[in-house]
Design a protein around this ligand. Structure first.
Ligand SMILES: Cc1ncc(C[n+]2csc(CCOP(=O)(O)OP(=O)(O)O)c2C)c(N)n1
Ligand code: SF4
Ligand SMILES: [Mg+2]
Length: 475
């Protein structure tokens, strides 16, 4: 009796992360299979002594909050993307035990290709695939595993082959691939089948622990709430109906002959990067940037304009130059349909603190190189921020009165240099002279390292200096 009531140490005693007053029960409906499977996994992790090196990945679905319960490492991933996240976790931490826990909507619909390629690469992870023949979390829409004739929210007259195709047997598909080591389908319908599921769960995890083997366990599981049956009746349905479409059993097992897969963690020293990336790089004299290392810098820059105006490279130059000065930097391009003739933009962060997200939504600096960009982003600039706009192309002034505005005729000045394309570097010069977060000398010196076309270095140096002069002339 004591053993039956034993709660695995792999579960938290109290589910502190779960909102609300009830911190002792799970979010699952009575009779739901998720609870059973959680228990089997938790007990195996405890018995194998790997709790503290397990990373549990839950994507979207009713098990999205698995991290309320599992006292392991946890990552909550986007819908269908758990296998990619699991791949990254395992490769970064080869000694960890990585579990990708996915529903049928998640794994077989939105994440259908993700799992296929992960299985095909034979990543050293364990996938638990909860097939309850329905989208549980969202209230009972059709899943790829929904049975023919089964009524769901989105197939109110029952699934038909003509409209929705056949239910997909994922375990069989995964078993056709070369890399997976062990693939089995089990069910959670009665004591006997739960014991068989327990054995499969343990075998799959053991194979990861001992051999880094990719294993895939499909688990036929009851969802009483959306199948609209009592918990007992749903279990019978899993056994008597669902199982007919999805036959239980081992679909592939090469575990005996499979040789342990070594996952090497590649250690790259920062100083080796230029050579690996084939970048010409001469370190900057620390003396030259010492003064800038003391500054408190946290700039969030939005650069926007037409595709072809050098918007993205303007951002790259700022980020690269920031790096030369020892700042944390990020650069995030936005490629959208707007690239063809409309607006293109990128986000750049330059900071001497850690950068959490590369996205800039409220810029401290907006660089608007065309009118649609000024229209689109002016309102987002933080009060006290800066707007630099190309006054030779934009026929209106910013309306904001709580920000600093620099009307810079960048295109006109670039034409004076002989090429319109230099407008972006003129803006770089004016901006850096305004911000005073980098040494102009170092920027000019570094251009040679980062520009791929060496014949353009001199021209861009002139353009940056022209921007600097323009800003000085405003004073
Ligand atoms: C990108 C994205 N698309 C759609 C959704 C809505 N959504 C949430 S859960 C879910 C399906 C879950 O079904 P399943 O994976 O079978 O998990 P279950 O709840 O049945 O365990 C969907 C479509 C979402 N959260 N994110
Ligand atoms: S809706 Fe279905 S899958 Fe979700 S918790 Fe309830 S029984 Fe489980
Ligand atoms: Mg489901």
């Amino acid at each position: 009796m004591k053993d039956i009531l034993h709660k695995s140490e792999v579960f938290y005693d109290v589910y502190e992360r779960k909102p609300g007053a009830d911190k002792l029960t799970t979010t699952y409906c009575p009779g739901c299979g998720h609870g059973n499977l959680h228990k089997l996994i938790a007990e195996a992790l405890e018995d194998f002594g790997v709790r503290d090196r397990t990373i549990f990945i839950s994507p979207v679905g009713c098990s999205v909050f698995a991290y309320y319960y599992f006292h392991t490492g946890n990552i909550q991933s986007a819908h269908g993307r758990a296998p990619a996240v699991a791949t990254a976790a395992k490769r970064a931490h080869p000694e960890s035990i990585v579990i990708s826990y996915q529903g049928d909507g998640d794994l077989a619909a939105i994440g259908g290709l993700e799992i296929l390629h992960t299985a095909n690469r034979g990543e050293g992870i364990t996938v638990f695939f909860i097939n309850n023949a329905i989208y549980g979390m969202t209230g009972g829409q059709m899943a790829p595993t929904t049975l023919i004739g089964q009524k769901t929210m989105t197939t109110p007259r029952g699934r038909t082959v003509a409209n929705e195709g056949y239910p997909i047997r994922m375990a069989e598909i995964i078993a056709t691939l070369d890399a997976p080591v062990y693939v089995e389908r089990v069910m959670l319908a009665d004591a006997k089948s739960i014991m068989q599921a327990r054995a499969a769960v343990r075998k799959a995890l053991k194979l990861q622990i001992e051999k880094n083997a990719f294993c895939f366990i499909e688990v036929l599981s009851p969802c009483p709430s959306n199948l609209k049956m009592t918990p007992i009746r749903t279990k019978e349905w899993v056994k008597d109906v669902l199982q007919n479409q999805f036959p239980l059993g081992v679909k592939k097992d090469i575990s005996e002959t499979f040789v342990k897969k070594e996952i090497a963690r590649t250690q790259v020293e920062l100083s080796d990067l230029p050579q690996i990336l084939e970048i010409e790089h001469t370190p900057i004299d620390p003396e030259k940037i010492a003064a800038y290392r003391q500054k408190k810098v946290s700039e969030e820059i939005k650069v926007a304009g037409f595709g072809g105006q050098g918007v993205l490279s303007l951002g790259t130059v700022l980020a690269e130059m920031g790096m030369q000065h020892g700042y944390e930097v990020s650069w995030l391009p936005s490629y959208g349909p707007e690239m063809r003739g409309g607006t293109a933009n990128c986000s750049v962060k330059i900071s001497n603190g850690k950068i959490g997200s590369p996205l800039v939504t409220n810029p401290t600096v907006l660089i608007a190189m065309n009118r649609p960009s000024l229209d689109a982003f002016e309102a987002d600039v933080v009060p006290g921020g800066l707007i630099i706009y190309d006054a030779s192309l934009i026929d209106r002034q910013p309306v904001r009165t709580d920000v600093k505005v620099i009307p810079l005729p960048a295109t006109k000045l670039a034409d004076e240099l002989g090429t319109t394309k230099a407008a972006n570097m003129i803006i770089v010069g004016a901006l850096l002279e305004y911000l005073k977060i980098m040494s102009i000398d170092v920027v000019l010196e570094s251009l040679g390292y980062i520009l791929k076309r060496k014949n353009l270095v001199e021209l861009n140096q002139h353009a940056i200096l022209k921007g600097v002069e323009f800003f000085k002339s405003l004073k």
